[in-house]
Design a protein around this ligand. Structure first.
Ligand code: EPZ
Length: 467
């Protein structure tokens, strides 16, 4: 298991490119199960979740090959495999995205229920509601979703849930509807850019989908889909993470390969906080004054502030004077990073689906534990801003969803070293022994003044264990 050792206090500066979107690449790779013939996907990020999904797709009868230029070739060779095993699905929730394509193309699917994670319960009831509306027979047995459908039929489906729509649920239902007989309408469809990219890929394979990016999506069923080429959109969450890394270190950074129209809410909020944002030819320049302003943040479904940026925004706000309220309306329990940031001197108080942040003049380096993908990124950002050394442990969470984030940050002047998580690699400054007794605390009383004997006589009325 690896950890990061981070030297903080250095403003980031320079230029770096953003990778392709993880949350677009994963459902798109899964949807390749629908196609006759190979697809080639460009701009797929190099990260653990992509490798895990590639393994899962191989078990589902698909060849998945990464080319020299980073492209991925996906080609079905065995259309009979239908079981997505727990061992792989439990490692990556997005595996649920194979359900719709398997059902539509192979008429039968056994997919492990993904289970919860550090950010919430992660139910899939809306996925199943949509697929049942298309005519699928679905039952849950021994932790598996067992779904079958002789022929799916178009339907009118409402996908709204208590926390808004569902991103991967919309992808699953859209995928299944492409090969259903007749027309399907989805009301309260997710509008995230990754869902638009997903629908664009399906249309490239011959699907007939309209309304992408709006809550009302219409899918006219077709007889078959053919493999195609597609380029993944830039990762807006990675871009937001790098922008916030520049802001929290009060740096001056230019990002390439950024779709500003995917980041409207984030850029609006950063301007409110006082970060200077300039658009460039194919990206954005962030330069940050020392003095920033507190701000309230409400994480909402797109086009609102994305929940996947909540922890990183909170990290910035811990270093901004004043009180900021951070509320996550999508994942109300997504606050595992609060306690870890407190170890670095942040002042944050949880109140239900919100956190109240009181800015502090500076964070101090500490040893902290990552709990989930975006929380680990937020802790790295806090460590880059903190005075002194920090260690961020369990960074396998980070490796799941970022394409070599530490290399990008170090290219901007960050001082992050990846080491094995062993006691010898723990910096001396972070070991408890480094916190010496202060000189003004007299240690005279700390001496043990000779042996003091204690005569012990068992109370007569108590029955001894040996009786
Ligand atoms: C996608 O997850 C993303 N993952 C998440 O990114 C992202 O946080 C989330 O959308 C919200 O934007 C991928 O795309 C692979 P949802 P998803 O279904 O689809 C509730 C990251 O860090 N809900 O849109 O699983 C759910 O509990 C990851 O990259 C139901 O109630 O999220 C949540 O509160 C983390 N019933 C809300 O809806 C359902 O059937 C949104 O969930 C499905 C979801």
């Amino acid at each position: 298991m690896d950890m990061f050792v981070v030297q903080g206090g250095q403003p980031l500066a320079g230029r770096v490119g953003v990778s392709g979107a993880k949350n677009s690449a994963l459902p798109i790779m899964a949807a390749s199960l629908l196609a006759d013939g190979p697809s080639v996907i460009w701009g797929v990020p190099d990260l653990a979740d992509v490798r895990t999904l590639s393994q899962l797709l191989q078990t589902l009868g698909m060849n998945v090959l990464r080319g020299a230029a980073g492209e991925i070739l996906l080609d079905v060779y065995d259309p009979k495999a239908c079981v997505a095993d727990y061992e792989l699905v439990r490692r990556m929730r997005a595996s649920i995205c194979v359900l719709g394509p398997l059902l539509a193309r192979r008429r039968f699917a056994v997919v492990s229920l993904p289970g919860g994670c550090a950010i919430g319960d992660r139910p899939v009831d809306l996925h199943l509601k949509g697929l049942r509306a298309l005519g699928a027979e679905i039952r849950i047995e021994r932790g598996y979703i067992i779904a079958k459908a002789r022929k799916l039929r178009g339907a009118s489906i409402y996908l709204g849930g208590p926390f808004g729509s569902t991103v991967t649920g919309t992808c699953n239902v859209m995928a299944a509807a492409t090969l259903a007989a007749g027309v399907t309408t989805i009301e309260a469809a997710a509008c995230e850019p990754e869902v638009v990219d997903f629908g664009t890929y399906l249309n490239g394979m011959g699907a007939k989908i309209s309304g992408l990016g709006t809550p009302f999506v219409r899918i006219e069923g077709v007889d078959e889909l053919i493999g195609t080429q597609h380029e993944i959109i830039p990762d807006r969450i990675e871009a937001a993470t790098l922008i916030l890394a520049a802001a929290i270190t009060r740096g001056d950074v230019t990002l390439e390969n950024v779709r500003l129209d995917h980041l409207t809410a984030v850029l609006e909020k950063l301007r409110e906080i006082g970060v200077r944002i300039e658009s460039t030819d194919d990206g954005v320049r962030i330069h940050t004054p020392i003095e920033l302003r507190s701000a309230d943040c409400f994480m909402l479904p797109h086009p609102g502030l994305p929940t996947d940026v909540q922890a990183q925004l909170m990290a910035l706000l811990t270093t901004v004077p004043g009180i900021s309220l951070v509320t996550d309306k999508v994942f109300p329990d997504r606050f595992m990073h609060v306690a870890e940031m407190a170890r670095m001197g942040a002042r944050i108080r949880r109140e239900g689906p919100s956190a109240i942040v009181s800015g502090v003049p500076s964070l101090s380096g500490a040893c902290v534990m990552a709990s989930d993908l975006r929380a680990s990124a937020a802790l790295v950002l806090a460590a880059l801003a903190a005075q002194g050394e920090s260690v961020v442990r369990r960074i396998y969470h980070l490796d799941r969803g970022y394409d070599h984030l530490e290399l990008k940050l170090n290219r901007l002047g960050g001082r992050i070293t990846r080491v094995e998580d062993t006691p010898t690699n723990m910096p001396a400054t972070l070991k408890a022994s480094a916190l010496e007794r202060p000189a003004d605390i007299d240690d005279a009383d700390a001496e043990i003044r000779g042996p003091k004997w204690l005569t012990v006589t068992a109370p007569t009325k108590t029955k001894l264990a040996t009786d």
